[in-house]
Design a protein around this ligand. Structure first.
Ligand code: ADP
Ligand code: MG
Ligand code: MG
Length: 904
């Protein structure tokens, strides 16, 4: 019952309370409350112990950036009301020295961004409050410890004082009292730290830090909102393609103190193992610590299995919550908890990041356990996850050899999948720089922080000497599916000298090392990597590998994908081997065979050069005759491998000069072989030179000028088909004319193709069927597709060229401006990697619709790189294409994406 009183409209609600087994929000409100806030609310209402608090919605952040960094006017009152509610619920008061309430101020957007935005703990403390806190908790050490942490975090997060300045002050005092760990400092020593920190604060901020709790809170809320647009947060969102978010929410929550002594502590855990997916409780904790300590990797934490012995009751309670959360969320959770004097509090839950292996195992296991169905399982697995199962592992022989040569020098925690080698780099910047030169690099750090993100991205693997499985490095690497080893304590990393000392050995800057993300081993030198069990089992037909659990799970997922997907998945393959690989992965035909690749092998190049050099038709036909048997043989191989699936073969596409040598010595060699003069070869090369070969004499334009090339290729295709069909193998050639822009171009060549093909079929008395169609890659063709479809039986969208010509970006030169374009948000993604749905995608849609208007059963597919990109596949499935075609190793990903499109 809402009573409408004097005011016409009640103020918009910006703040949502949670606590005492109730909440105003719920898990589904992530867009508004952020993931953290929504799940704190959800946990509160399902009876998980959560310290009470409230969430300031993402609307505020959005408003703030839309209104010149101003917050809504009604906000302060809502915050004040919620503070009162919180104080009542906790029986303590913010800023009250007699009975103080301390809070944390935490960021949290709709999508989790580990370590990207900052949190302030113990807010509300000052010189009087600390005494009150000590009196209330009867714990002097905890009081001063909380205070010094607060000054540090507040100074760092809210005022931009470099954390290192505080570290320096702390180190000095630790040195003075000969203490190694923070936990060894006594109350009076910590009190000294507080005094030192106050000085640091004053020195760098220019005034004393604010003692009023409400003022502190105001600064902290602003800082969280401000952190949404700091560089590293923006970079993280860009790298992870997190677009269209409103902003961050701000959570204000009563503190749970993990720093009250040996019966307190804090930790993070996964409801299943995030590295390999095993159904086991996996986590880490620190006794007598506050949350930040675990994530920052300051001390190396203990494994949860130890907590079971140390605090069996807490462990049991935690494990019960683990099961409850999995049943409730029906997915693996990543949780934060704090133990305050033997009492457990949950501080966060979210869907846990996992390696590809773990994602696949958890999804398949949860179906078996009856937690989810196969449809849900398919939606849980990302293309990249599946891809990780196809990642290399170390070549077993090379690795054994390296180990017996005592090259394995260290072992850390296996935090991210795969195997990698590269040159050691000690800074993120150097990693980026060296990687740009095309060299593989391994980023080696004591610990990583969000500033290192771009270097981590550039590296093949990340190696750290401190921190656990939930440290920044581990979480970020796992999210990306990157090889990562953390907590490798025996490495003495010397950043000044740019070297690592380990077991009496020195590893110098840019020397090669190898990192095993599955075992945690660090090996000197570059160890060769080899294919995954899935690849061995499926592609190479290795029986033992085929029984590998991952191979079986992979097959299960493919089975489910096939059950639900509606569009076909073909492959782009130029050789019988590629075709066979793709078939093993379940490809349903070839969407693109590029015939010109066949011309470069062995002696064939000489025949094509002879043809180009020939001055008349007879000369060209003579040379082409030499090529014919090669092409026929290739096609036979491909037809056999494809076992009756359709095979789209594209007629010659590149400009002829691509087959000619440009340098003097090459031209001399050609002259000698073809019994002519170097001068003549040079003249020919010069005459074929084009200002803009991409838009030059290529594609169908070639076959219109030289129909004999088209005739030779069609003869080879159809003869091969007849030969294979004779052995009772079904064949279905689809002959594709490239690069047409007009109906006339298509019609002229279609006639050449049909005449040639029918003549061969007649001569062979064969019954094979074939189709003729065209590649749609010139914008004009998509606009006149209705007329082209009068004769064309199929369209295949060549989205690489279509993207190139629609944007007017050269695919080979886009690197020179793409990074800036992405930074400035001119583009959100590389349009050659993921289809530009708004522009190029519309041309595809237009061509498809016009084509089908003329020919209802027009077969339409896509054969650009986009056929293996999950987002693009979903788009193509949505507009009603018959198939996508991609490289053999992307076939599984395309199938999964196609199923996800059908289930969406
Ligand atoms: P992040 O998103 O970087 O994980 P969080 O807001 O989750 O940041 O907080 C950082 C750390 O502080 C976590 O370990 C968290 O558990 C801890 N923390 C946050 N709020 C509280 C609280 N009210 N009481 C105790 N610990 C807290
Ligand atoms: Mg957290
Ligand atoms: Mg093309």
């Amino acid at each position: 019952m809402v009573k409408k009183s004097g005011k016409s409209k009640s103020a918009k609600k910006y703040v949502y309370f949670f606590g005492n087994g109730k909440a105003e929000g719920k898990a589904s409100m992530k867009d508004l409350l952020g993931g953290k806030g929504a799940n704190l609310a959800e946990m509160s209402s399902i009876g998980v112990p959560v310290p009470a608090g409230f969430t300031i919605s993402t609307d505020v952040c959005e408003y703030y950036y839309k209104h010149g960094k101003k917050k809504p006017s009604v906000l302060q009152k809502q915050i004040d009301d919620n503070i009162k509610k919180l104080e009542k619920s906790m029986g303590a008061k913010l800023g009250d020295p007699k009975n103080p309430l301390l809070v944390s101020v935490r960021s949290g957007a709709a999508v989790s961004m580990p370590g990207m935005m900052d949190t302030v703990l113990n807010l509300g403390i000052n010189d009087e409050v600390v005494e009150g806190l000590i009196a209330k908790t009867k714990n002097e050490r905890m009081g001063w410890d909380s205070y010094r942490r607060f000054i540090n975090m507040f100074g760092d997060v809210c005022m931009g004082v470099d954390h290192d300045y505080f570290e320096e002050a702390l180190s000095k005092i630790k040195k003075k009292y000969k203490k190694k760990l923070d936990t060894e400092l006594t109350a009076s020593e910590l009190k000294e730290v507080v005094e030192a920190y106050k000085k640091v604060y004053k020195k760098y901020v220019g005034k004393n830090f604010p003692t009023d709790a409400k003022v502190q809170l105001g600064h902290a809320v602003n800082a969280v909102i401000g952190s949404w647009n700091i560089d590293r947060a923006i970079a993280y969102r860009r790298i992870n393609k997190l677009l269209g978010l409103k902003g961050t929410a701000v959570n204000v929550q009563a503190m749970a103190y993990g720093n009250m002594g040996d019966n307190s502590g804090t930790g993070v855990a996964f409801t299943r193992n995030p590295a390999n997916g095993e159904n086991e409780f996996y986590g880490e904790y620190l006794i007598n610590a506050q949350g930040e300590d675990v994530v920052a990797g300051i001390r190396t934490p203990e494994l949860l299995s130890k907590l079971k012995k140390q605090m069996p009751k807490i462990y049991k309670q935690l494990n019960d919550i683990r099961i409850k959360l999995e049943k409730h969320y029906k997915d693996m959770q990543d949780v934060e908890f704090t133990i305050q004097e033997g009492k457990l509090y949950m501080l966060q839950t979210r869907t846990g990041k996992r390696t590809g292996m773990a994602a696949v195992k958890i999804a398949v296991d949860m179906v078996k356990e009856g937690l989810i169905d196969d449809k849900t399982a398919l939606q849980r697995i990302e293309g990249d996850h599946l891809n990780q199962l196809l990642f290399p592992i170390f070549d077993p022989k090379a690795k054994t050899a390296a180990v017996s040569a005592k090259k394995c020098v260290a072992k850390g925690l296996p935090a991210g999948p795969g195997a990698a080698y590269g040159a050691v780099c000690f800074t993120a910047d150097d990693a980026v720089k060296v990687a740009k030169t095309g060299k593989k690099v391994i980023l080696v750090r004591k610990e990583t922080s969000p500033e290192d993100v771009s270097g981590m991205w550039a590296a093949e693997a990340i190696l750290t000497s401190t921190g656990g499985m939930t440290s920044h490095a581990a979480v970020v690497a796992r999210g990306w599916g990157k090889c990562c080893v953390v907590g490798c304590g025996v490495l003495e990393i010397n950043n000044a000298k740019k070297q690592i000392e380990v077991g009496g050995k020195i590893i110098k800057n840019h020397e090669f090392i190898s990192v095993d993300g599955t075992s945690g081993e660090v090996i000197l030198g570059a160890v060769a990597t080899s294919a995954s069990p899935v690849v061995l089992g499926i592609i190479d037909g290795n029986k033992k590998a085929a029984n590998h659990p991952f191979c079986k799970m992979f097959k299960e997922i493919m089975k489910w994908s096939d059950k639900y997907r509606k569009i076909n998945v073909r492959t782009n393959a130029d050789s019988p081997k590629d075709a066979a690989n793709a078939i093993a992965f379940g490809a349903e035909g070839i969407g693109l065979t590029r015939t010109e690749h066949m011309f470069f092998e062995g002696d064939r190049i000489w025949a094509i050069r002879e043809m180009i050099l020939a001055s008349d038709l007879a000369g060209r036909e003579k040379a082409l005759k030499k090529l014919l048997p090669y092409q026929r043989k290739d096609f036979e191989g491909i037809f056999k491998a494809m076992k009756g699936f359709p095979v789209t073969i594209r007629l010659l596409d590149p400009p002829l000069h691509e087959f000619l040598p440009n340098d003097d010595s090459g031209q001399k060699e050609m002259a000698k072989r073809l019994k002519t003069t170097a001068a003549l070869v040079k003249t020919k090369v010069a005459s074929l030179h084009e200002m803009n070969p991409m838009l030059g004499h290529r594609g169908c334009r070639l076959s219109i000028t030289y129909p004999e090339i088209c005739r030779m290729q069609v003869t080879a295709i159809i003869e091969a088909a007849c030969n294979v069909a004779k052995n009772k193998i079904k064949v279905l050639p689809e002959i594709m004319i490239p690069l047409i822009g007009t109906k006339q171009e298509y019609d002229i060549l279609e006639e050449v193709v049909r005449k040639t093909a029918d003549a061969v079929i007649k001569a062979r008395k064969s019954k094979i069927k074939y189709m003729v169609g065209t590649m749609m890659e010139i914008p004009r063709a998509t606009l006149v597709a209705d007329t082209v479809a009068e004769k064309a039986e199929f369209f295949s969208f060549g989205t690489n060229d279509l993207t190139q010509m629609t944007f007017g970006y050269s695919r080979d030169d886009i690197g020179s401006f793409l990074p800036e374009y992405l930074d400035a948000k001119v583009l959100n993604v590389d349009p050659f990697a993921s289809i530009d749905q708004e522009g190029v995608g519309q041309l595809v849609k237009c061509g498809l619709e016009l084509g089908r208007k003329t020919r209802k059963d027009l077969k339409v597919g896509v054969c650009g790189e986009h056929g293996g990109d999950p987002d693009s596949v979903k788009f193509f499935a949505g507009i009603g294409l018959n198939y996508v075609s991609c490289s053999p190793f992307r076939v599984p990903i395309a199938k999964l994406a196609a199923a996800q499109a059908a289930l969406a």
